[in-house]
Ligand binder design. Structure first.
Ligand code: SF4
Ligand code: SF4
Length: 516
């Protein structure tokens, strides 16, 4: 029995149709042909985009650094294969807008020739700072979809008194099962990565000033005590494999959690596993908990043990229009069109292309877009798999309220957004909405509630940016006016001083003339 368990709780959520069985039963395909060209965006993570350090025409090796991270929150980008750099320019991003983003185009040479890497026999002899430095240099980001730089989280873990590391193996989105297969097939690598993360979070002196009430301060010399790998109970084989792999290590516990979407949301998972609530305005590390994804743990294993940067990932390709649904390992920068050809996607049948899961994923406008670090899945959904859009009036059943994991009142928020009362929607908690889509999923009237919230959140953010810009412009104008006033004042003072000096000179001259 785990002694750190408090009262487990789940707030809201839905039992969505899973659509996982066929894909989850197949081994990860590793025979995906190396694409002739890879389109590698410089922004595949939260934070500042990476800055390229290669030239067009340059030959690069697999794993070679192509672009370095800028600033504290950023991640470098490496060559997923060997070849020649063809271009560094703007290309469409894998985003609903497909707006262009700075991208490196690599023409592969088919040799897949590695840059020199260093194997470390006993990485537990490295100090914790060295672990997070190497994780950062390997370009590892959260592979559950958040893409937050992992090294930054490890550093935050050291700076706060983190006692529990949660490894998120819930994979609660329908269709997605890349983590399930990863746990079934590479459990030992994941557990090794988990232990390395624990080692990397051994505390250093922390300075947590200005934390909201309820947050904790750092303490020197503390270790993160244990890791909990939480796996939804619809993945019994993954659970078993992870249990066996973790058996020799008492600091790593593997537990089953109920299958319920969105169990993978960090606050829901923390609440369930630890019984703790993350206070508003706090990060989870500030209440002693940090979360990483199972894929991230495996990437840490490869980076620390073998010096291999993050170059590829397992992607679920599924949906009614996919003839050969599978989990397949692909290098970053692979075009979705090539992935769809490999999985024999019926273009005529495809009504919607989604990156990620159907609940929180992004609809993509076309397939000439690359897979990136955040690409856990690509779905080709048929019309029959899409939710009915025949919107009816609200029947005030309160179903949306009961399923909201954030404890919001979706109906009231939507009513305010409809009449453009965005401030009222913000007062009702719009900014706490995680766009999980539970409310839309459950609504018997087919009201696209989450679409309202996505639209309103975008509007609120745009307004804030506009306000911030106008405040910044006003500050610049005020500063310029102050400067001009100071200059004018100085000029006046100089002029007065000059006149006074001239008058004094003339007075002295007159006195001398009078004496003569
Ligand atoms: S679930 Fe739909 S019908 Fe029911 S209260 Fe909410 S918006 Fe209205
Ligand atoms: S989309 Fe937002 S409002 Fe709807 S259930 Fe999820 S968190 Fe609640």
């Amino acid at each position: 029995m785990l002694s750190f368990f408090k009262t487990p709780r789940i707030r809201g959520g839905v039992h969505a149709d899973e659509h996982k069985t066929a894909t989850a039963a197949l081994p990860i395909a590793s025979d995906f042909p190396l694409p002739k060209k890879l389109y590698i965006p410089l922004q595949q993570h939260v934070g500042k985009p990476a800055e390229p350090l290669i030239m067009v025409g340059e030959k690069v090796l697999k794993g070679q650094l192509l672009a370095y991270s800028q600033g504290l929150i950023s991640a470098p980008v490496h060559a997923p294969s060997s070849g020649i750099i063809l271009d560094v320019n703007d290309y469409p991003a894998p985003h609903p807008s497909a707006l262009p983003i700075r991208t490196i185009v690599l023409e592969t040479d088919g040799k897949d020739e590695w840059v020199e890497t260093h194997i470390i026999d006993d990485p537990f002899k490295l100090n914790p700072e060295e672990i997070s430095f190497r994780v950062g240099a390997a370009g590892i980001v959260g592979l559950g979809g958040a893409t937050f730089p992992t090294a930054v989280k490890l550093n935050m873990g050291r700076e706060n008194r983190v006692d529990t590391l949660i490894i998120n193996g819930s994979e609660c989105e329908p269709y997605l099962c890349c983590d399930d297969r990863l746990m079934q097939e590479r459990a030992e690598q994941i557990i090794d990565g988990v232990r390395l993360m624990l080692h990397g979070m051994t505390n250093s002196p922390g300075a947590n000033l200005h934390l909201p009430e309820g947050c904790r301060t750092g303490r020197y010399g503390m270790k993160t005590e244990h890791a909990v790998v939480a796996i939804e109970d619809n993945k019994p084989l993954a659970f078993l494999a992870m249990l066996v792999a973790a058996e020799p290590y008492p600091t790593v516990n593997v537990i089953q959690i109920p299958t319920r979407y969105p169990m993978g949301w960090d606050r829901q998972l923390i609440r369930y596993v630890t019984g703790k609530e993350v206070p508003v305005g706090c990060r989870s590390s500030e209440i002693g908990v940090t979360i990483h994804n199972v894929g991230t743990a495996q990437a840490v294993h490869k980076a620390i043990r073998y010096g291999q940067p993050l170059l590829n990932r397992v992607v679920t390709v599924a949906g009614g229009a996919v003839k050969r649904p599978m989990n397949v390992e692909v290098p970053f920068g692979t075009l979705i069109s090539e992935l769809f050809d490999f999985c024999e996607v019926d273009k005529e049948q495809t009504a919607r292309i989604v990156m990620g899961g159907p609940m929180m994923g992004d609809s993509l406008p076309h397939v000439a877009l690359p897979t990136v670090k955040a690409t856990s899945g690509i779905l080709a959904l048929t019309q029959s798999e899409l939710k009915n859009t025949d919107e009816q009036p609200c029947i005030r059943c309160a179903g949306c309220v009961s399923v909201c994991p954030a404890g919001l009142r979706p109906l009231d928020m939507a009513n305010n957004i409809r009449i453009n009362q965005l401030d009222a929607a913000v007062d009702l908690g719009l900014k706490d909405c995680i766009s999980c889509g539970c409310c839309s999923y459950i609504c018997p009237s087919n009201i696209p509630l989450v679409q309202y919230f996505k639209y309103a959140s975008g509007e609120v953010m745009a307004r804030q940016q506009a306000q911030h810009k106008s405040e910044q412009t006003k500050r610049l104008i005020d500063a310029r006016n102050d400067r001009m006033e100071r200059i004018a004042r100085q000029q006046r003072e100089d002029e007065l001083a000059r006149i006074a000096a001239k008058a004094e000179r003339e007075r002295l001259k007159a006195e001398q003339e009078a004496l003569v």
